[in-house]
Design a protein around this ligand. Structure first.
Ligand SMILES: Cc1cc2nc3c(=O)[nH]c(=O)nc-3n(C[C@H](O)[C@H](O)[C@H](O)COP(=O)(O)OP(=O)(O)OC[C@H]3O[C@@H](n4cnc5c(N)ncnc54)[C@H](O)[C@@H]3O)c2cc1C
Length: 235
């Protein structure tokens, strides 16, 4: 039974589906005092900083970024808890046969959790713990994929057969957001000590968030800069 083990989780910016800029956010803010003259360009960094510090959030909704995420189902579940300002479309397990691609944590992924809920510290784990992680994942995935295939071969519908596939199965989805909803997501799904409200996300969703933050910082550099400098709180 051939299955693929995958340890990298990815989020790619869809460069055909990006709209807006720092200047467009400023333009949306300036209409408040300038009316239609807001289209003329002006100083951006100071205005964005003012909006961010004073939590004037709505101008940051004038923009769009779309990402193709390839991640295990457990990451997709965490991701789709983010509702406001997000649109999603995901691979169907009813309309197509799923791929035998399964997540195993990479070697550098800390394995042992210590401390209290919400503020866990993670340590590397022993070689024996890494070994049991590897063979337990591979064994369970092999078995689950075999059971899935057996049901499909027996003529059982895909929507029933998929019941046996675990949350480590890879899925793919498009996630489209605006700069404001992305900043809220990043504030919760990345871990930085200079954040005003530090969060403690699971490493796998943080991988996705960091890839998205890299794209965001390039597409909206001044917005990203003032957001990060002001404690990474979504306005
Ligand atoms: C470290 C961490 C651990 C977590 N652990 C758990 C867990 O154990 N169990 C669990 O169930 N979830 C857990 N979550 C998910 C969490 O509870 C949120 O669902 C998720 O972070 C999305 O946040 P949000 O609702 O603010 O985002 P969004 O859904 O994008 O909403 C953005 C903002 O819009 C407003 N809003 C959206 N919907 C409503 C509404 N219906 N009513 C009023 N205001 C609204 C709120 O101001 C909200 O902050 C965890 C999240 C993190 C980051």
């Amino acid at each position: 039974m051939n299955i693929t083990i995958r340890s990298n989780i990815t989020a790619f910016l869809d460069t055909d589906n990006i709209a807006g800029s720092d200047a467009k956010i400023c333009q949306a803010a300036r209409v408040s005092t300038l009316g239609s003259a807001a289209a003329e360009s002006g100083e951006a960094r100071g205005l964005l900083n003012y909006l961010m510090k004073n939590r004037h959030g709505s101008p940051f909704e004038h923009g769009q970024m779309s990402f193709l995420v390839e991640a295990p189902i457990f990451v997709a579940r965490e991701f789709m808890r983010h509702r406001a300002g997000w649109s999603y479309n995901e691979t169907s397990g009813r309309y197509r046969e799923l791929e035998p691609v399964f997540y195993v944590p990479p070697e550098h992924r800390p394995l042992v959790q210590e401390g209290k809920a919400g503020e866990y510290q993670f340590t590397a784990g022993t070689e024996q713990q890494h070994e049991v992680v590897r063979w337990s994942h591979a064994g369970a995935y092999q078995w689950a994929w075999g059971a899935y295939q057996e049901m499909l071969e027996a003529g059982v519908a895909r929507e029933i057969a998929r019941n046996v596939l675990p949350v480590g199965t890879f899925t793919s989805f498009y996630a489209t957001c605006n700069p404001r909803s992305l900043m809220h997501f990043l504030s919760l799904r990345t871990k930085y000590t200079h954040a005003k409200f530090p969060s403690f996300p699971q490493e796998e969703i943080e991988d996705v968030a960091l890839a998205m933050e890299g794209a965001f910082s390039k597409a909206f550099p001044l917005t990203w800069e003032v957001w990060d400098r002001n404690g990474r709180i979504a306005p």
